[in-house]
Design a protein around this ligand. Structure first.
Ligand code: ADP
Ligand code: MG
Length: 263
């Protein structure tokens, strides 16, 4: 290798923002010389590493940006403890192709502790792996931000920023205050994304009780209408997983004590 290549190539690779090629060009150069690779093979291998690392970096950036809680994956979701969900249906939703591309919604209902947030996050994580952009939000926090943007007369640009996400998760939708200002911005968000960009909503209250969320009954109906029109509904009518695992723990401690007494 010429002295010029030795000194100039690192500068050029840096200038071209090719960090992986910069890191490996010397290692592969030695390997290529040793094994007699044609120059084109050397270039290909370096480019392959750059592309692979770039894809990994993009994915980890997208995961961080999505703010999804970690540790709630499909692998860690126990389907046998949740009779109301069908594993293949969830896997199909997690692939995202059909419904995300056509801006459809996913609505997850059920009482507290049944795994609504877990399954929403698990699906979102797979969507990220499949190349979609996702943002996880607690509905109350997002509503605060929407309201603040509205006060600054910047609501439409804020909604525009949310447009870059193929899927927005509104966790605990039912915790929004029954307040005209709060529900107005929430309705604007739903209308803005209607038929274009997807929402995943988790909610403790069934639709029949949404007039407890929206002060205006007509608005409640209009919101439901838009969400259901292109929506899949998952009803998780289960016993709380938290409660079940706590009971199991108590039972096994009880059994152990019983056995100790007998033994
Ligand atoms: P919800 O959102 O319905 O209130 P969560 O998703 O927060 O419930 O679930 C409560 C806890 O139980 C979480 O730690 C979650 O990971 C766990 N959990 C719920 N359902 C399951 C399940 N089927 N398999 C594994 N963990 C579960
Ligand atoms: Mg939850």
């Amino acid at each position: 290798m010429s002295e010029k290549t030795q000194s100039v190539l690192p500068i050029l690779l840096k200038e071209l923002r090719l960090p992986t090629m910069l890191r490996y060009w010397q290692d592969f150069s030695e390997k290529a010389t040793l094994e007699g690779w044609p120059p084109t093979d050397y270039l290909r291998v370096l480019c392959e590493h750059e592309v692979e690392n770039r894809t990994d970096r993009r994915l980890s950036r997208r995961i961080t940006e999505s703010k999804i809680p970690r540790g709630k994956s499909l692998e860690s979701f126990d389907f046998s403890a949740c009779q109301s969900l069908n594993k293949s249906h969830i896997n199909a939703l997690a692939s995202g192709d059909a419904w995300i591309k056509s801006g459809m919604n996913l609505l997850i209902f059920g009482p507290s502790g049944v795994g609504k947030t877990h399954i929403a996050v698990a699906i979102a994580e797979q969507l990220l792996f499949n190349g979609f952009k996702v943002l996880f939000t607690r509905t109350t926090e997002l509503v605060q931000k929407l309201q603040a943007a509205k006060q600054r007369l910047e609501l439409s640009s804020f909604l525009g920023k949310l447009d870059k996400y193929d899927c927005l998760i509104l966790d605990d939708f039912g915790y929004v205050k029954k307040d005209q200002l709060e529900t107005n911005v929430l309705f604007e968000l739903i209308s803005e994304r209607y038929e274009r960009r997807s929402l995943i909503i988790t909610c403790n209250q069934p639709f029949q009780e949404w007039d407890q969320i929206f002060e205006d009954k007509t608005m409640a109906l209009a919101a439901v209408d838009r969400l259901v029109h292109h929506g899949t509904i998952l009803e998780m009518n289960e016993q709380s997983y938290r409660k079940k695992t706590a009971l199991n723990r108590c039972n096994s401690v009880g059994q152990k004590k019983e056995a100790e007494k007998k033994g």
